[in-house]
Structure formats: structure tokens, C-alpha cells
Design a protein around this ligand. Structure first.
Ligand code: ZN
Length: 98
């Protein structure tokens, strides 16, 4: 997942503010799992709207989106690598594909 610094930089580029309070809150090590719970998006987005307006809620959603993309892209890369290795192991790749 992106580091806090990357989250800050992305918010800064989008809004002119780094929204470190939001990113630090989400990635608080002892509560990281519950704060990335997609089932709590509405109530958590409302909390950030009250504090920072709609822009803050959007930055909270961008943080989750960036984390989801990062995790699934990593998974896809691993799957592609393992698939290629298995195909090569069983001689199913041509010279061009390997
Ligand atoms: Zn995160």
C-alpha cells in the first residue's frame, strides 16, 4: 500500500492540502484494519465531512481507493508471475512467451 508520504503528496496535488490528519487516522497502526473496513465508508465519510467538508470525505475515499488498487495490482502481478512459471515448468510456453 502507498506510504503515508505518498498519500499526503496525492492529496496535496489534488487539493492543495496534504490532509495528513485523515491519512494518519486511517493508517494508525493499532486500528488500521478497522479503519480500512469498506463496510464503514458512509459513517466515516460523514465524520470527515463534518470536520473538513466534502473535500475531506473525498480524500478519505481516495486513500481507500489507492490502497485497494495497490493491493490488487500486487496480487495480479504475483498471479501473472506464478502463471508464467507454471506454464514454463510444464513446457506450455513458446520461446517468444517465456
Ligand atoms: Zn491505508
Amino acid at each position: 500500500m502507498p506510504s503515508l508520504e505518498i498519500h499526503y503528496q496525492k492529496s496535496l496535488a489534488r487539493t492543495g492540502k496534504d490532509y495528513h490528519e485523515i491519512h494518519n487516522w486511517i493508517d494508525e497502526p493499532s486500528k488500521k484494519k478497522e479503519r480500512h473496513d469498506l463496510g464503514k465508508i458512509l459513517e466515516t465519510a460523514n465524520m470527515w465531512t463534518e470536520r473538513f467538508g466534502a473535500e475531506g470525505a473525498r480524500e478519505y475515499l481516495h486513500h481507500l481507493q489507492d490502497d485497494v488498487e495497490s493491493r490488487f495490482n500486487h496480487l495480479l502481478e504475483d498471479m501473472q508471475k506464478i502463471t508464467q512459471e507454471n506454464l514454463a515448468y510444464f513446457g506450455c510456453l513458446t520461446e517468444k512467451q517465456s
